[in-house]
Write a protein that binds this ligand. Structure first.
Ligand SMILES: [Zn+2]
Ligand SMILES: [Zn+2]
Length: 362
């Protein structure tokens, strides 16, 4: 990379985009042919998009764009030809094809000066939703949560009517904006904070908001312990998703979750679970800390949780000196999410945080 000039890199990037355009052009032709042969129906799929999702292993939205564009280009050979000769990029072809379906004149004349985002807005303005369109969207509304086992994560996608989506969008943004700043004064990105907002809103639906002793939803976690050292070997949620040591520490801070300890696959005697905080001890800690978050400058009483300063997994005892009351944000996001630690020199009820160390060595 050292010798290449910026010009050369830009040129190569543009060249690659042209190459992608040509490949997409070929893909459009072949998808149209699959469509003409009615292969998706023969394969038991409801649509070309569904077929493409499975066969090409692409996201449903990508498949929808591919199938819609493949069909539209059939009707607009001028746009198809420009894609094939790399006169336009694939994204521009997608938007022109979309525009052409609504307003062929605009697509074939004056739209060339618009950038891709502008074309998309133009198509949105030209398009008038009909009653039937609305009904179609309502009928196909869905929200999918798919566990991604390799990533120890969930993927979300869906489709919902414009007005409903706007409510959710506004609620997530409002809640995200209400989240405090991080201890160093910065904030995560809006898209990251919208995830935290969604989790908070979902957790609220299980119990009273803001109360000092609000309920945390019961999520069973199966923790496999080494029979001799009693160290956690693995932790699994009911969904089958694995969680790492960070989530495990957080769950062991929190009595309201149902934690099932197993050793070599066998459930352990209930005695071991008393290492987590008992309701009585929890009430005592909350009382000691004035039923508010003990982070310096934070007065939140929202979804208070009791945190082990030294994690249970690192041998931290479940006794008052090692326990501290934190709001949901400082517990879930700042400590267990982002890896901040409590500065041991800070006063017990006005704790300060230390920046997380770098990533774990491989
Ligand atoms: Zn904790
Ligand atoms: Zn707080």
């Amino acid at each position: 990379m050292k010798e290449a000039t910026t010009d050369a890199i830009e040129q190569e990037l543009a060249g690659l985009e042209a190459l992608i355009g040509r490949a997409r052009s070929r893909q459009m032709t072949l998808l149209a042919e699959i469509d003409r042969r009615q292969t998706p129906t023969a394969d038991g799929c409801r649509s070309l998009a569904e077929w493409a999702t499975g066969r090409l292993d692409v996201a449903p939205e990508t498949a929808a764009t591919l199938s819609r564009t493949a069909r539209s280009l059939q009707d607009h050979p001028q746009v198809a030809a420009m894609l094939q000769t790399a006169t336009i990029t694939f994204d521009r072809a997608v938007e022109l094809a979309r525009l052409a379906a609504i307003d062929p004149d605009t697509a074939e004349s004056g739209a060339w000066g618009w950038d891709v985002a502008g074309l998309r807005r133009l198509a949105a303005r030209r398009r008038r939703a009909t009653r039937q369109d609305e009904r179609d969207v309502f009928d196909s509304r869905h929200l999918v949560m798919q566990p991604s086992f390799g990533d120890a994560a969930w993927r979300l996608w869906g489709l919902l009517p414009a007005a409903d989506g706007t409510i959710i969008d506004a609620a997530l943004t409002k809640r995200a904006d209400e989240l405090p700043t991080l201890p160093d004064g910065t904030r995560d990105t809006l898209t990251q904070r919208r995830v935290d907002a969604l989790v908070a809103i979902a957790a609220d639906s299980f119990g009273t908001t803001g109360s000092a002793d609000s309920q945390t939803p019961i999520v069973s976690m199966f923790i496999d312990l080494d029979a001799t050292t009693r160290e956690a070997i693995s932790a699994t949620l009911e969904s089958g998703l694995h969680v790492g040591p960070g989530a495990l520490d957080e769950v062991l801070c929190n009595t309201k979750r149902q934690t099932i300890l197993v050793a070599n696959g066998q459930p352990l005697a209930a005695g071991l679970t008393t290492r987590t905080i008992s309701p009585t001890l929890r009430r005592a800690i909350l009382h000691r800390d004035g039923h508010a978050c003990a982070a310096d400058g934070c007065t939140s009483r929202y979804r208070l949780q009791v945190h082990h300063r030294i994690p249970w997994s690192a041998g931290g005892p479940t006794d008052p000196d090692n326990l501290v009351t934190l709001c949901w944000y400082h517990h879930h996001v700042v400590i267990h999410g982002k890896g901040y630690t409590i500065d041991p020199d800070s006063p017990p009820q006005r704790i300060r945080f230390r920046k997380p160390a770098g990533p774990d060595p491989p």
